[in-house]
Write a protein that binds this ligand. Structure first.
Ligand code: GTP
Ligand code: MG
Length: 138
């Protein structure tokens, strides 16, 4: 089985959508094996999204991720990375397939309700950024 790092972003926690988003993950067969609510500092968000440091939206992205609490979680299942990204939908909600989290809940390309790791290597790094091995209860 595979694991992936998911974040329910500030726009979604602010609107009390955590349960509805988790229901979509669970309905797709993903198991939430770790989960916590945290309020990132802008610096912590910056480290997490360091890969985007040169992009024009980086500062805005870090401000947004630190604007309200987030829920960080580890999802486990067969092909969890791809499955999660399928449930999330396209980055821009205007392009997201019907029924996906972003089609239903995202407000814009920036405030798009969820993050999901994009590859096994990034999933391992991102999970380790937020969780110790003891916190993953499969
Ligand atoms: P993540 O799962 O959050 O990594 O989304 P993604 O893999 O679908 O998109 P990507 O990694 O390319 O971008 C990371 C995040 O940066 C996105 O989820 C958005 O929150 C934000 N982002 C991407 N493009 C834009 C943009 O054009 N404007 C703004 N404001 N934010 C953007
Ligand atoms: Mg990404």
């Amino acid at each position: 089985v595979e694991r992936t790092l998911s974040i329910i972003k500030p726009d979604a926690t602010k609107r009390n959508l955590t349960g509805k988003i988790n229901a979509k993950f669970e309905d797709a067969g993903l198991r939430i094996v770790a989960q916590k609510r945290i309020h990132l500092t802008k610096a912590q968000a910056g480290v997490f999204y360091a890969v985007h440091a040169e992009r024009p939206f980086y500062d805005e992205l870090c401000e947004f991720m630190a604007s309200e609490p987030v829920v960080v979680q580890v999802l486990q299942g067969e092909s969890a990375i791809a499955k999660n990204r399928e449930v999330m939908g396209a980055t821009n909600p205007a392009d997201a397939a019907p029924g996906t989290v972003r089609a239903e809940f995202a407000e814009s390309v920036g405030e798009n309700s969820v993050h999901g790791s994009d590859a096994p290597e990034t999933a391992a790094v991102e999970i380790a950024y937020f969780f110790s091995g003891l916190e993953l209860v499969g």
